[in-house]
Design a protein around this ligand. Structure first.
Ligand code: GLN
Ligand code: ZN
Length: 785
């Protein structure tokens, strides 16, 4: 049997081994690892389910790596990354490399295998997983290293070296990519039982020896460049944190001599002070900058200068979006940079790893050709990078550039993109302030007169369990396999079931359960104009999980009502208030690929106007409580403090636009996921919703401390009383206990009781007892108040 690498060599032929082509200065920061059809996802999940062997999984992985390297080689890329593949997460890979396995996994030394690796990532029968958190401002999640003063480090995963050698065996020279030591530590958290004040950065001296071992091995294997990803350089760092970069790379200097070092940054521009520090590093040969999100990078390089003899890796091709590059404009930028850094010292690159964009446009067989001509996924971006590098070297592919220019201008002038009326309406919103005329406490009084809710009102966040049957009905309706009539009947039955269940449970404000929705953004995107959907445009979110963001390509409007039919039907089934359920503009924006030909806030205002129409239609249809979810408002917060106020201002304004026109008696709810609210609490108050439900179950203390510190909160608030991400069923006592804790800080008359988030991913066997206990806890407390 042929091994994968033999197979791959056979595919490649011997041409790369025998006739190395001259390559232009082109570089790719990193590449999607999931595969064009999510091959890695399916291989992982099958392995985890015990349906396939470790060998099977490794074979899929080897083939994916090989085809990615081959693709970049074919495209003519000079600096091809290796070790950007991962079975789960690149930060976890670094943890494995350093042997920094938390004690609870009983690691006893030696090369870390799938066993320990996947236990850290996902937990096992006896030990929970490590924490996961968002990778900067992307929708990717990494596994947070847990470090303490006693953490022992040892070189425990040779993955970087073996992947480098694997490519080399195929005749492909690569740049091994490592998470840089300072970024690794800055992203770590103190291990359990270690004091919160412990700074993982103090472990720098302890991890550098491992880095030296890895470097030595990579050099011995022949690596002439090593890339260190140090994206924390774009954050607002303190001076001792900045000094750590000098310390680290000075200390590594002698180990690194003889090979070239690239320090790669992304997701924003590097602040001037950090720029000064890194460009002064002697042992470093090249610096990678994001010229898409790093709007000030060009000015910085111009004004602060660039060290002679070093390479600048210019990230002009957007790794976080799906638009075709404007090659003419990038070429201009590159020429300006070349004038500063010198000929032969400029390398064309992507703004960040391409793992944050979709994989290959070739697989979009259902999309119309016009829109397709405006797009570039990872595979196409690789080609763009090379085309720019060739142009810089004086070998411009005129045909490719003019086809690109034609696509750019067709996008600019297409009537599908522009809707004058929408543009005008959105422009009119700028600089103005929209809010409801009456203040929140007066509104709450007016609403209570109508709704007549008991104290500590109970509700849920919107979705109820989505059974296989339900998914099948939706799928069959989409595929025209069942009639509209049959579909409506099935969904109506489901809504009825959910309504009756909530009445039996004695919940106060009901939901219809969202059975008609696949996804809270897709559902609205499909009904709004200006959106297009992909078939295979998957982006890794965490582990084997991927999301498929819609693409907003044009001005957004709402041709007709989107939810009124279902909400009205649900309200007709009960005498209790039924919440209308909408996704807010900021969340729709943050979970989509957004157009890059106008500022984000303009697109957001357009979506806000569309949702506003829906809110008003719901109100007119007799819906008295309307929830507008802003699950992703927090996650759109810019990385740098200096940009946060502006974002929060238009994001919160967009939310208010959706509901500023309703009557005082209409109650507006909002819901937010993630518990990190303390720093934006004033913006949350400024959303001016009547009631907010917040995901909270994993950190009561943190949220409540804001109110303890005296922040005045007059609107209704429902911090989730139990975690819906776990199958565990909370007891009545436990829930009562948590409500009591909240009552100690918040006024009784503003507190709502609800789970953390939607119940979509849970089973009825979990939801029924959990909600029963939630309502009993409330009933006990009501008698005591
Ligand atoms: N209404 C949505 C649901 O219940 C909210 C989901 C979310 O916040 N992520 O599913
Ligand atoms: Zn949520």
């Amino acid at each position: 049997r042929l091994s994968s690498s033999h197979l791959c060599r056979a595919l490649l032929g011997d041409r790369f081994l025998l006739r190395p082509r001259r390559k232009m200065a082109s570089h790719i920061v990193g590449y999607p690892r999931m595969g064009p059809k999510r091959e890695l996802k399916f291989a992982l999940e099958s392995f985890w389910d015990g349906k396939s062997s470790a060998d099977d999984l490794q074979k899929v992985a080897t083939d994916l790596r090989c085809s990615i390297w081959k693709q970049m080689t074919d495209a003519g890329i000079k600096y091809i990354p290796s070790n950007t593949f991962s079975y789960y997460d690149q930060v976890l890979d670094a943890t494995a490399m350093l042997g920094a396995v938390p004690e609870r996994y009983n690691y006893t030394g030696g090369e870390i295998g799938f066993d320990i690796y996947f236990s850290m990532a996902r937990g096992n029968a006896s030990v929970p997983a490590m924490e996961m958190t968002k990778w900067f401002d992307t929708n990717y999640h990494f596994i947070v290293p847990e470090l303490g003063p006693k953490t022992k480090f040892s070189y425990s995963s040779h993955k970087a070296v073996s992947e480098y050698k694997e490519a080399k065996a195929l005749g492909i020279e690569t740049v091994p990519v490592l998470i840089g030591p300072v970024t690794y530590l800055l992203l770590s958290k103190p291990a359990k039982g270690v004091e919160k004040s412990f700074a993982p950065l103090s472990l720098l001296e302890s991890i550098l020896p491992i880095y030296k071992e890895v470097i030595a091995e990579l050099k011995a294997a022949g690596a002439s460049w090593i890339q260190f990803d140090e994206p924390t350089l774009v954050l607002d760092l303190e001076s001792h944190q900045l000094e750590a970069f000098t310390k680290a790379y000075t200390e590594l200097e002698s180990s690194l001599s003889g090979s070239n070092v690239l320090i790669e940054t992304y997701f924003a521009d590097v602040p001037a002070e950090a720029y000064k520090i890194i460009t002064a590093l002697k042992g470093v040969s090249g610096f990678g900058f994001d010229l898409i999100r790093g709007a000030k990078t060009l000015d910085l390089v111009k004004s602060a200068g660039f060290p002679a003899g070093k390479y600048l890796f210019a990230g002009v091709v957007d790794g976080r979006n799906i638009w075709a590059n404007d090659l003419a404009s990038s070429f201009c930028t590159l020429q300006a940079l070349e004038a500063i850094v010198g000929k032969d010292k400029l390398v064309v690159s992507t703004s960040c790893s391409l793992m944050h964009t979709a994989v290959d446009l070739v697989n979009e067989t259902k999309m119309d050709n016009e829109i397709k001509s405006w797009l570039a996924f990872a595979a196409q971006k690789v080609v763009e990078v090379n085309a720019l590098a060739k142009a810089l070297a004086g070998q411009k592919d005129e045909a490719f550039f003019s086809a690109n220019a034609a696509a750019q201008s067709s996008r600019k002038s297409s009537p599908r993109v522009t809707d004058e009326e929408v543009q005008k309406a959105a422009a009119a919103l700028k600089g103005s302030d929209h809010r409801r005329a009456t203040n929140v406490s007066a509104r709450l009084d007016a609403q209570q007169k109508k709704l007549n809710l008991p104290i500590l009102p109970t509700t849920t966040i919107g979705s109820f369990p989505q059974t296989m049957d339900l998914r099948r009905v939706r799928r069959e309706y989409k595929a025209n396999k069942i009639s509209e009539e049959e579909y409506v009947k099935a969904i109506k039955e489901e809504i009825n079931k959910v309504v009756k269940l909530q009445e039996e449970l004695d919940i106060d404000v009901l939901v219809h359960g969202e059975p008609e929705r696949n996804d809270m953004v897709e559902y609205f995107g499909e009904q709004l104009s200006g959106f297009v959907f992909t078939v295979n445009g998957w982006v890794q979110s965490y582990g084997s999980r991927c999301v498929k963001p819609p693409i907003i390509y044009g001005d957004v409007s709402r041709p007709k009502a989107m939810t009124v039919f279902w909400s009205k039907m649900a309200q007709s089934m009960t005498a209790r208030p039924m919440k209308g359920m909408l996704t807010g503009p900021v969340t729709i924006l943050n979970w989509s690929f957004v157009r890059n030909d106008q500022p984000r806030f303009e697109t957001c205002y357009q979506i806000a106007l569309a949702i506003k129409k829906e809110v008003e239609d719901l109100e007119a249809a007799g819906i008295q409580v309307i929830q507008i979810d802003e699950a992703a408002l927090r996650e759109g917060l810019p990385l740098r403090k200096s940009e946060q106020a502006f974002y929060l201002d238009w994001a919160v304004h967009s939310f208010r636009i959706t509901n500023c026109g309703v009557q005082d008696t209409t109650q507006i709810h909002t819901h937010m996921c993630y518990s990190n609210f303390n720093d934006i609490i004033h913006s949350i108050i400024n959303m001016d919703a009547d009631v907010i439900t917040i995901e909270n179950s994993r950190s009561d203390e943190k949220l409540l401390s804001v109110f303890r510190e005296g922040v005045k909160y007059g609107a209704g608030i429902g911090p989730g009383v139990y975690d819906i991400h776990s199958p565990r069923i909370p007891s009545t006592e436990e829930i009562a206990d948590r409500i009591n804790k909240m009552l100690a800080v918040l006024e009784t008359n503003i507190l709502w009781v609800n789970p953390d988030c939607g119940l979509k991913t849970r089973k009825y066997a979990e939801v029924n007892p959990a909600l029963t206990n939630m309502v009993s806890a409330v009933k006990v407390l009501r008698t005591q108040l």
